[in-house]
Design a protein around this ligand. Sequence first.
Ligand SMILES: Cc1ncc(COP(=O)(O)O)c(C=O)c1O
Length: 382
Amino acid sequence: MDYQHMRAFEVRNAHFDRLVNTPGLKWLGQNTNHATPHPAVMEAVQRCLRDEEFHVYAPPVGLEALRAGIVDDLGLPDHAALVCDGAVAGLAHVCKSLLGPGDELITTDPTWNWPMIFAKSVGATVKQIPIYGEEYGYRLAPARLAEAIGPKTKIVYLVDPNNPLGSACTAEEIDAIVAAIRPSNAALIHDCTYRHFAYDHTLAATRFPERTLTVYSFSKWLGLAGLRVGAIVASPDFAERLTAAQPNILGSNILSQRAAVAGLGIKGEWFPGVLANQRANQKLIKGAVDRLPGVEMPVFPSNGNFVVIECGAAGVRPEALTACYQERGIMIRQGSYHTPNFGDRFVKVSTTVPSAWVEEFVELLPEMLEIARGRNDALKLF
Ligand SMILES: Cc1ncc(COP(=O)(O)O)c(C=O)c1O
């Protein structure tokens, strides 16, 4: 590759292209789910292909069976699901529809970055409330949110469970967060992409249906990241506003939607095993981290399908550790992907993967820390 003459987007793309074309790469870096799919999901995909269903456009806001399945899974019967090409496409549409120059989006630090980028792209400003550290308990205190909200605030973007931290809001915190937003003009985007992995989770939409947008993804719990299917769930009135100029007016991928419908059908029998495996993987990592000086897990257990490992006290930069693992065919994520302010403290490791991958990660950890220590090479990571 001629990296010198490539644009930034091409360098980034080439990086991910290399990853997806690396045979046997162990994906512990993107919170993807590598569990063996249920046969019913495979059958739905195969049937869709066999029947050549892909010649048609799917309905604009999704197959009715899928829309009904999503609101049923969330337990939000009076809501409307707008199916989109992965949660991120819905987030882009919502941010660009609700924000304009002079408006403000408030979120935490760390958060999931893309909605901040979408907000800035339409001239809005972004305010981040730091939550990383003992002093904050790795969570958002509703009083700090109340203090931050002002007349320009149009969106509060809450990732709950938080990616990358794995902390989740309690019911009392959700009550107080809603109380903080209600007197303002803001909408709450409650990004529940990791809800299925949480020990306990409260939907803000049950308290504040008129201005909450609930973000739903099939990438994580069902393992369909490459198929791109998710949803924005809203009150019917709010949903109507969002369909005025929806980018996926010709529908989302029909094959993905068939897989998602089948997935919802087998969730009760299939997902508990996936959850148990990822929680056991978290414990494996915790055991190894506890045996090593200088590394620790600030949030355990995590309510997501990932954990954060701090390595600063071991004299190791997250980028160096990530690069060392990459050389061994294991992808983990450096903290700076999520936050420039706290990213030098941690790496993130995904746990919805085969236990053998986690065992290898754990076995290599002492050696990787040793090699990474003092290593300062500027490897380009994304
Ligand atoms: C908080 C959060 N929201 C949304 C997404 C994207 O979800 P999807 O794959 O459905 O676009 C991710 C992906 O990592 C995420 O972490």
